[in-house]
Design a protein around this ligand. Structure first.
Ligand SMILES: *Cc1c(COP(=O)(O)O)cnc(C)c1O
Length: 296
């Protein structure tokens, strides 16, 4: 079982401990590795030879699944949102990497992507690629949560507050299930909307958690210059790189809450760095086209 290191840092005289799940693997984002682990074992047990999953242009989950397929001997199919990306594989770092790992792509329109789990769509994919083990978008299912329950270890019981970024809610559900009753788990949503509370409740019965919904910067994948500035300052001062989709927004939120006395900085705070750094290159290409400051 992989255990990642805890690193104590100070940012703007705020003391934090960062669990470096991002260092678990350079391409497989920390939590995506956790989420795949038991799904791969299940696929093996059911004698599947192909994994099929879904994702967007910069998806950490697509990169992780492609790598895992190569490493553990599965064929991988990635259903990718956006038909226009078909012509852009070579200029998209994430897709390029996934392809090098052997992933085959099925590019679909945004409209078709919304219907990706309809039985008729899955049947068509099966006709085309043969039977497959389906890994859900973002990788979240019961087995994924079981994997995320392995992020916290016994020595983490000393922390008062555990912070995580939230996409589909799978990672935080695992953290909640494995945390101590006296610990509080704070989730920072990287998407707009308040459907996530219900998503998380599907996977846990614990109540010692809360979702922060003010730090999505306009929605999933939306980036503002002040977020980039923060990410660059955080790295400069702590040496820890953050991604702009998840961990950057979470750390911005933690610091902002402490500055506004919404979070007590004398508490022992553990910040889960879920990784996502593979996406930076692609985001920087986009920022460059928009002539915005880059992530350094
Ligand atoms: C996918 C991802 C998340 C969100 O995880 P969920 O389990 O979907 O909530 C957070 N951080 C990073 C870096 C991710 O890649």
């Amino acid at each position: 079982m992989i255990e990642s290191a805890n690193q104590s840092v100070t940012f703007d005289s705020i003391s934090l401990t960062v669990k470096r799940e991002d260092l678990v693997h350079p391409q497989i984002s920390g939590n995506k590795y956790r989420k795949l682990k038991y799904n791969l074992l299940e696929a093996q047990q059911r004698a599947h030879t192909t994994l099929l999953t879904f994702g967007g242009a910069y998806s950490n989950h697509i990169a992780a699944t492609a790598f895992a397929g190569k490493k553990y001997g599965f064929k991988t199919i990635g259903v990718i949102r956006g038909e226009e990306l078909k012509e852009k594989i070579s200029s998209n770092a994430t897709l390029q990497y996934a392809q090098e790992c052997g992933m085959q792509f099925e590019f679909v329109s945004r409209e078709a992507y919304r219907q990706k789990t309809e039985p008729s769509v899955l049947h068509r994919l099966q006709d085309k690629y043969g039977t497959f083990y389906l890994v859900p978008e973002g990788g979240t299912n019961v087995l994924a949560i079981k994997g995320c329950e392995e992020i916290l270890t016994a020595s983490d019981a000393v922390f008062d507050i555990i912070c995580s970024s939230v996409g589909t809610g799978g990672t935080i559900a695992g953290l909640i299930n494995s945390a101590q009753a006296q610990q509080k788990i704070l989730g920072f949503s990287s998407l707009k909307g308040d459907f996530l509370d219900a998503e998380i409740q599907k996977y846990t019965t614990q109540k010692n958690w809360e979702l922060m919904t003010d730090y999505h910067f306009g929605g999933y994948g939306k980036i503002k210059p002040e977020l980039i500035t923060f990410i660059n300052e955080f790295k400069e001062e702590t040496g820890i790189p953050l991604d702009p989709i998840y961990t950057g927004k979470m750390c911005y939120g933690i610091v902002d809450m402490i500055r506004h006395d919404l979070l007590d900085k004398t508490k022992r705070i553990l910040v889960i760095h879920t990784g996502g750094l593979q996406g930076i290159q692609g985001i920087n290409e986009k920022l460059r086209r928009q002539q915005l400051p880059l992530i350094t």
